[in-house]
Ligand binder design. Sequence first.
Ligand SMILES: *[C@@H]1O[C@H](CO)[C@@H](O)[C@H](O)[C@H]1NC(C)=O
Ligand SMILES: *[C@@H]1O[C@H](CO)[C@@H](O)[C@H](O)[C@H]1NC(C)=O
Length: 366
Amino acid sequence: MEKPNSGLVEKTFLLIISICLICVVVEAEEFPAMFVIGDSLVDCGNNNFLRSFARSDFMPYGIDFYAGPTGRFSNGKTIIDFLGDLVGLPLLPPFEATITFGRDILKGVNYASAAAGILDESGRNLGDRFSLSQQVENFKSTLSQLKRKMDERKLEEFLGKSLVVMNLGSNDYINNYLIPSLYPNSSRYNSQDYADLLINHYAIHITVLHNLGLRKFLLAAVGPLGCLPNQIATGVAPPGKCVAFINDMVEVFNKKLISLVDQLNANHTKPSTFVYGNTYGVFTDILNRPDDYGFSETDKGCCGIGKNRGQITCLPFAMPCFNRDQYIFWDAYHPTQAFNQIVAQRAYTGGLSDCYPMNVKQMAQV
Ligand SMILES: *[C@@H]1O[C@H](CO)[C@@H](O)[C@H](O)[C@H]1NC(C)=O
Ligand SMILES: *[C@@H]1O[C@H](CO)[C@@H](O)[C@H](O)[C@H]1NC(C)=O
């Protein structure tokens, strides 16, 4: 009786030891922090501080979020919030709150600003915003704060292991190229040349961030903008279809973004890692077989007014739909948290078609 029992105890003991070793290894491979550069899809409250029409710090935004309306453009969490859960990081503070209220910066900062684009001018029709170049300046300001908190060697390691997520480009189309009356470049550039213009600007700023010490970049694709309730509401697409010419235009940009990722990976040695997050592909997949994901409403906003509830986006105290988890779109432009959760999970553990050339979980181990 005693022998097998003690064997069992030993085995259990060994098992516990090895689980603990695995824990330690996993621990060492986590991202110490996350820094987010982007637009309204990932903003968590920076625009609350700005004079802008692109704000969401009012009900019913955040109706399913524990803190209510915070400036997230969702009924609940954003992709970044879910990604943070997956990599074991807390909700990030918006940059403005780190400046104004001294919120902690040691787990990362979110610089994203609704209406922001890769080009400085994009989104100016909506008021103030932190464009890409301003967001990079804001990161520099965080960096000088970090320098006061850790020595040079520690800071280098911290930045090198941190995850950078960049999500931009939508506003360079929706709030620039696709409004020719306000933005003359639409007639000056064809979609190939315009995508080149965007990618060249993007590359310059990514390189600046890399030179400042950041190493692990997740660069998100632009989604199928022609499928947004707002674009469908324009009525130029056949019933039940997305606006094809807009999606084609976005795909031109995304293809060039993949080439940029390849170039950056070729030019910089490990542990520098650049990853393409194929939100376009995931979006299209979900739109093609919504039932498999539990969605019944694919082309209208849960909160909004007019055709497809997308002509006018969600306004203060508007009444949203009740079955929010069955909607892909929360308002005229932004997805629900049910959708965001799927995208975050696929960025974290998805295959090559979701995240190229590796997923976020693998990025942590580089
Ligand atoms: C138009 O293109 C030029 C480059 O030729 C660029 O510098 C400028 O930012 C663009 N303007 C707008 C409004 O996007
Ligand atoms: C990669 O390196 C080549 C050759 O030095 C250079 O021409 C190109 O601009 C670089 N690209 C990026 C995105 O760093």
